[in-house]
Write a protein that binds this ligand. Structure first.
Ligand SMILES: Nc1ncnc2c1ncn2[C@@H]1O[C@H](COP(=O)(O)OP(=O)(O)OP(=O)(O)O)[C@@H](O)[C@H]1O
Ligand SMILES: [Mg+2]
Length: 255
């Protein structure tokens, strides 16, 4: 059963002469409980696909379905509860003058959900932070702790889908694996479905079962991670991505 279905998704920005088509007939599906990767060069449209699903744009064309239900162009409460996004830079997504408790309580408040204290305590523990963190401000957290709070905020409404936009690329290398492991655990324990943008094919290999490769607003191909790892991509651009990433990891090993 497909949890996310994207069919003939098209999106342009600008008017007339300056109009640029950013998504060109994008198609792919993510199964329930799957972790699906989205890779491709900078500006290829990866974040834009996530933003369409998260309801941040309303002028796309095509069809988007979540759990079989067709999405409208305006964001409704129901979609907020089912689909949440985690960004690359948790500094940008957390208000600097709000404590963790306020940040986590806000979505509950908006959606009229009670028992804030208990829910906040429970979600903090799920992301590996003890209860004392609820009184901290974002600047009093390490990068990894901040991203844990951002993940907690995304999960507090108990969504079924997380849209992850390079969730570890702003973090120190030593912390990246920690957050990736947390995400893998959470997906299993909570039965979540992930659509994850990343630049790192190592992250895809570690976390995703399938991946779509984007270039210039199009999906070039969708392939199983096993095939990606074995170098069995058919598109020349995908082959180049694989070869670059192999060089990179070799350089890293040599460093
Ligand atoms: N609000 C906007 N108005 C105009 N153009 C936009 C807007 N948002 C994105 N774009 C353009 O759409 C294209 C795709 O952007 P997008 O952010 O989806 O790329 P990306 O694949 O996520 O890149 P990166 O890997 O650098 O994050 C880019 O050329 C970008 O300049
Ligand atoms: Mg992006």
């Amino acid at each position: 059963m497909a949890m996310i279905e994207i069919q003939s998704l098209n999106l342009s920005f600008g008017l007339d002469g300056s109009r640029v088509q950013v998504l060109k007939d994008v198609n792919f599906q993510v199964r329930e409980g799957e972790s699906f990767g989205l890779v491709g060069e900078s500006g290829s449209g990866k974040t834009t696909v996530l933003r369409c699903l998260a309801g941040q744009y309303s002028h796309w064309e095509g069809e988007l379905r979540i759990n079989g239900e067709r999405l409208g162009r305006t964001l409704d409460r129901d979609r907020c509860r089912r689909v949440q996004m985690v960004f690359q830079d948790p500094y940008g997504s957390l208000h600097p003058r709000h404590t963790v408790e306020t940040a986590l309580g806000e979505p509950l408040h908006i959606h009229g959900i009670g028992q804030h204290r208990e829910r906040i305590g429970a979600i903090l523990s799920k992301v590996g932070l003890n209860d004392s963190f609820r009184y901290r401000y974002p600047h009093q957290l390490s990068g990894g702790q901040r991203q844990r709070v951002a993940i907690a905020r995304a999960l507090i409404l108990e969504p079924r889908i997380l849209l992850l936009d390079e969730p570890t690329s702003a973090l120190d290398v030593s912390v990246q694996a920690e957050i990736l492991n947390l995400l893998a655990d959470l997906r299993q324990r909570e039965g979540l479905t992930y659509l994850m943008v990343t630049h790192d094919l190592g992250v895809v290999a570690h976390l995703c079962s399938r991946v779509a490769v984007m270039q210039h607003g199009k999906v070039l191909e969708t392939l199983d991670t096993n095939d990606l790892v074995r170098g069995e991509a058919s598109d020349p651009y995908t082959r180049m991505l694989i070869s670059c990433s192999q060089h990179k990891s070799r350089d890293r090993d040599c460093a």
